[in-house]
Design a protein around this ligand. Structure first.
Ligand code: CA2
Length: 155
């Protein structure tokens, strides 16, 4: 059973955070990002979390400071974080520092595999403070992120 911050009666809140341009999922560049929309991603994560008795608090923002604020809120409200920081992944040290102050499991997820794309995508400033990273598996990666968190919260 999950216990601790962000958990009430064994029900953990998972913060699902998406960064810039991911609101366009399913609307542009389906050859790169597929046809699933952001709503599809949020619904899938919510459904898999529910199978484990957990709930999801989802946010997408195009603004770095809003993402920092959401991570700070998660410190008091969530037991775990799933984050796809979009292009912020590659240079936003403010996210690195905010995530470093979060005590629970953090899973970094990318729809594509940034390591197989342009060289500037090969660096993640988030990976060093993530519990784990899942890349290149699209929606499946998010499902696996929830499974990983559910397991981690029982440890
Ligand atoms: O593969 C991922 O999940 C990325 O985080 C997506 C970011 C990219 O900058 C990262 O290197 C890898 C870009 C998100 C843009 O999303 C769009 C979705 C549909 C249409 C246009 C952009």
């Amino acid at each position: 059973m999950a216990v601790g911050r962000g958990t009430i009666d064994g029900v953990a809140v998972i913060a699902l955070l998406h960064g810039p341009n991911l609101n366009l999922l399913g609307q542009r560049e389906p050859h790169i990002y597929g046809s699933a929309t952001l709503a599809d991603y949020e619904a899938t994560v919510t459904a898999v979390a529910a199978q484990h008795g957990h709930t999801v608090s989802a946010l997408q923002t195009n603004h770095e400071g809003d993402l920092v604020d959401a991570i700070h809120r998660a410190r008091g409200e969530a037991a775990a974080i799933i984050i796809n920081p979009g292009a912020f992944t590659h240079y936003a040290w403010s996210l690195h520092d905010a995530l470093a102050a979060f005590a629970g499991p953090i899973i970094e997820v990318h729809i594509t595999n940034p390591n197989a794309r342009e060289p500037w995508r090969h660096t993640s400033v988030v990976s060093p403070v993530a519990t784990g990273s899942i890349v290149g598996l699209g929606l499946l990666g998010y499902e696996l992120a929830v499974e990983a968190i559910a397991r981690k919260l029982t440890e």
